[in-house]
Design a protein around this ligand. Structure first.
Ligand SMILES: Nc1nc2c(c(=O)[nH]1)N[C@H]1C(S)=C(S)[C@@H](COP(=O)(O)OP(=O)(O)OC[C@H]3O[C@@H](n4cnc5c(N)ncnc54)[C@H](O)[C@@H]3O)O[C@H]1N2
Ligand code: MOO
Length: 397
């Protein structure tokens, strides 16, 4: 604690301990069509070789290289082999017209590209102008990967190129790390859902969609998104639903010092802990466990809610889902800044060449300003002034 406030590190440890059981979510077998951005839970070995059979790299003529050792060489063309045809046999001293991807006939060991030949349709012959060597333009079976070899190690974050090879070896589904199920509850009687009428005193709910998007972007499966009036009974019912469908619940609003702090008022009597964390934004934080399911209660201000997610939830969700950690680093400031003493500040900023520039405006309601940021500056509580050129910790958004 610092001055009655819990440090960011202490709160992060507390949250990590609460979310620890999520580390044992079992892996899932998912179809390739839903495997993008998932993380392989186990290594995948090639069930077949690639290419599965010896095939042509060019549209041209399959020959025995020895038969075109002296050029020009004119050979009878026996037939045409298309991609998809079954294997055929080349009669010695002749050629077979062959398409890219078609199986190389037995007896052939090279392909002469069509550009290096002259065809006499009437005579049924091809004249080859350049000599070739055994293996030229032949794609050997297994030259990419052999059956049984390691295709992708466990931990691979599946991108299109991985889906490509998994499909190429004929796999229909793959074992991936389980995703934590997340429920999001936005609280506040002032909130209306986009699409509804914005009556007097009302604002659109932005935390619900933002927290759901943040969770989904960091490896979670969002199973419930709900909005609750500042009504303890309604909130208690929503919590009961949320813990039934999720592994972790995020709430926003209702945790500070007002008359209608529905989250705090409902969860504190049920063993929840509500603290002030020495950070800005995101000071008021709470946690609870209901029916064994951890609940993180973020403050309602939109910037505070998202910064809270970035600092406390994002690293853990990514670890649980097997996603790589977000690489934070340091960069020189392109503009100097002032910071409040005693609070770890997370300032909105924009990457600027090799440096980083803090954005103007510190209010936690500045959601349009937040949308122009692509990073947070992580300023230690004991720092009050930084000059242009000073190195700062940067957390990419
Ligand atoms: N007397 C004090 N007042 C406040 C303190 C304090 O220490 N003493 N802390 C301030 C800080 S810092 C924050 S952050 C907020 C946190 O308050 P709550 O978590 O109780 O949040 P609300 O009061 O419900 O809402 C705050 C603010 O954010 C807007 N909001 C809430 N939910 C949403 C949403 N889903 N989408 C968009 N905007 C939302 C809400 O309308 C309020 O304007 O408390 C300060 N007050
Ligand atoms: O922490 Mo509040 O989260 O400063 O706006």
């Amino acid at each position: 604690m610092t001055g009655g406030r819990r440090s960011v590190e202490e709160h992060a440890q507390h949250v990590a301990a609460l979310l620890e059981p999520l580390g044992s979510i079992p892996p899932a077998q998912v179809p390739l069509a839903r495997a993008l951005d998932r993380t392989l839970a186990e290594p995948v070995h090639a069930p077949i070789s690639l290419p599965p059979f010896r095939n042509s790299q060019m549209d041209g003529y399959a020959v025995d290289a020895a038969s075109v050792a002296a050029v020009p060489a004119t050979l009878a063309v026996q037939a045409v082999i298309a991609a998809g045809d079954a294997a055929s046999t080349l009669t010695a001293g002749t050629a077979l017209k062959i398409m890219t991807g078609a199986p190389i006939p037995d007896g052939a060991d090279a392909v002469v590209p069509v550009e290096d030949t002259e065809t006499d349709e009437a005579a049924g012959t091809v004249t080859v102008h350049h000599t070739t060597t055994s293996g030229m333009y032949v794609r050997e079976a297994g030259s990419d990967v052999h059956a049984g070899a390691l295709l992708l190690p466990a931990g691979t974050l599946l991108a299109a190129r991985h889906i490509s090879v998994l499909a190429a070896v004929g796999l229909t589904d793959v074992p991936v790390r389980g995703r934590p199920r997340v429920a999001v509850i936005s609280t506040g009687s002032e909130l209306v859902t986009p699409g509804e009428e914005l009556g007097p005193g009302k604002i659109y709910n932005s935390n619900g969609p933002a927290l759901a998007a943040s969770a989904a972007a960091n490896g979670a499966e969002v199973t419930s998104i709900a909005h609750c009036e500042d009504d303890p009974e309604e909130f208690a019912a929503m919590i009961a639903h949320a813990v039934a469908v999720a592994d972790v619940v995020f709430t926003s609003g209702g945790v500070s010092k007002g008359d209608f702090e529905v989250v705090k008022d409902t969860l504190e009597p049920r063993g929840g802990t509500f603290v002030s964390v020495a950070m800005q934004p995101g000071g008021p934080q709470g946690t609870a466990v209901v029916d064994g399911v951890p609940i993180l209660t973020f403050p309602g201000n939109p910037v505070s809610a998202l910064v809270s997610f970035e600092v406390f939830a994002r690293p853990l969700l990514r670890e649980i889902a097997g996603l790589p950690a977000i690489a934070s680093g340091t960069r020189p400031l392109t503009i100097g800044l002032e910071s409040i003493p005693g609070r770890r500040q997370f300032l909105r900023a924009r990457l600027d060449g090799d440096g980083v520039a803090p954005l103007p405006g510190h209010g936690s309601h500045l959601v349009a300003g937040l949308a122009t940021a692509d990073a947070l500056l992580d300023i230690d509580p004991d720092i009050t002034t930084l000059e242009s050129g000073d190195l700062v910790k940067v957390l990419p958004l």
